[in-house]
Design a protein around this ligand. Structure first.
Ligand SMILES: NC(=O)c1ccc[n+]([C@@H]2O[C@H](COP(=O)([O-])OP(=O)(O)OC[C@H]3O[C@@H](n4cnc5c(N)ncnc54)[C@H](OP(=O)(O)O)[C@@H]3O)[C@@H](O)[C@H]2O)c1
Length: 371
């Protein structure tokens, strides 16, 4: 059955399940965002969502205290079939005598990957898959990348002038964007498992890279790429490591091999000497092994340039101020650049207008050139 085979009520209840799942955003990784809606005689009898990593799954929360015999369960991700931090949801759905399960997408996690659906069907439950699958894959895009290849979803973020400068010609970026844009930019941080910056940004701006608002109890890693291990440990980035652990990457060729945090990795330099710095593929593999499913790359220009040129990013968020700055010596968004035939194509663009600028958010095109 595909999306056209679903009734208007199926689509309505699945939309609600997807909306519910978004409430867990920023807290569930590396687990997925999942919501659940239980319906009997076309009426909603219960709902639930996965609130935080290690916590109860959405299906269990929705079904726990109700008589669900003969009901339909709307759950965007296939119920799990294995013991992890929680027992298998498929078994609980069977135990609760649900008659029909409507699913948006199969779980890409190799431990599940169709086994949950199979188990339900083996117990006589009707399972219909593919309801609003594209919508759910987009909402849960961090998970769908991470669960498939165990590397984090990479979002590049920058505050730029209307002509694409991150700083002025004196390398000053402090007031590039106004308070409204900066607050919004901070609030985006909570959606991710880690924030990353190049060492020049850390040395020049001395940022904390922590979350200051809205995201209570949120655990966030901070990542710095410092090939030559030159950060003095008096910088602000070394503070608050109990809630925001610091991960440092340096080159295995660095003269100084002193570890400056409990997560300090000495890795290969970039294969392409034109890119300079460290091998970003290796950085992503290490982060994936730490269970980090998403990274927000906050600059500066050189690091963003490397991610864009090597196409190792998945999404970009530009906080664009209504200002022109110009200047050959200002830090540019894509200073090295690519030829037009290799332009990085974007899709799924969203534009949010604000008082003194706008936010553009778009994902890297899956099939550049429409091929
Ligand atoms: N407007 C904004 O949103 C915004 C955001 C952030 C920063 N900024 C500004 O940007 C300026 C810093 O930008 P920047 O371009 O000079 O430096 P950067 O991107 O912050 O840091 C670049 C440095 O990171 C290290 N690195 C390690 N691996 C790398 C890799 N694979 N690719 C690139 N770099 C790698 C390299 O130093 P080593 O080889 O020594 O390790 C490199 O020189 C600051 O003035 C800051 O204020 C603006």
């Amino acid at each position: 059955m595909n999306v056209t085979g679903f009734s208007a009520n199926d689509v309505k209840f699945m939309k609600l399940a997807i909306r519910l799942c978004k409430q867990g955003a920023g807290y569930t990784e590396p687990n997925p965002l999942v919501g659940a809606v239980v319906v009997k005689d076309d009426r909603i009898v219960s709902t639930g969502f996965h609130r935080m990593y290690g916590g109860q799954h959405a299906e269990r929360e929705a079904l726990m205290d109700i008589d669900a015999r003969g009901a339909t369960l709307y759950v965007p991700l296939e119920p799990c079939s294995h013991y992890g931090k929680q027992p298998p949801c498929a078994d609980f759905v069977i135990e609760k005598k649900i008659a029909r399960v409507v699913v948006a997408a199969q779980d890409p996690c190799p431990l599940v990957n169709g086994k949950g659906i199979q188990r339900l069907r083996q117990h006589g439950i009707q399972v219909d898959t593919g309801c609003l699958e594209e919508m759910y894959r987009f909402v849960n895009r961090h998970y769908f990348k991470y669960a498939g290849i165990e590397k984090p979803y990479v979002t590049v973020r920058a505050g730029v002038s209307a002509d694409g400068r991150l700083t002025d010609r004196h390398r000053n970026s402090r007031w590039m964007t106004d308070r409204q844009l900066r607050l919004m930019s901070h609030s985006f941080r909570g959606e991710f498992s880690a924030i990353m910056a190049g060492v020049s940004t850390i040395l020049e701006d001395d940022p904390y890279l922590t979350i200051r608002q809205d995201w209570q109890g949120k655990f966030l890693y901070r990542v710095v790429l410092d090939s030559n291990n030159r950060m003095p440990d008096t910088l602000n980035i070394f503070r608050d490591q109990d809630v925001s652990p610091l991960i440092i990457f340096s080159s295995k060729n660095a003269a100084d091999k002193k570890k400056k945090s409990s997560h300090h990795y000495f890795i290969s330099p970039a294969l392409d000497p034109e890119c300079g710095g460290l091998d970003l593929e290796e950085v992503l593999v290490v982060l994936g092994k730490l269970g980090i499913a998403s990274v927000l790359v906050e600059g500066g220009g050189a690091l963003i340039d490397s991610f864009l040129r090597q196409r190792l990013f998945d999404e970009i968020i530009l906080f664009t101020a209504d200002k022109l700055v110009g200047g050959r010596d200002s830090v540019q968004l894509l200073s090295t650049g690519v030829v037009l035939s290799e332009a990085v194509e974007l899709e799924n663009r969203q534009i949010i207008p604000l008082d003194s600028g706008y936010v553009v958010r778009a994902v890297k095109a899956r099939h550049p050139g429409g091929s």
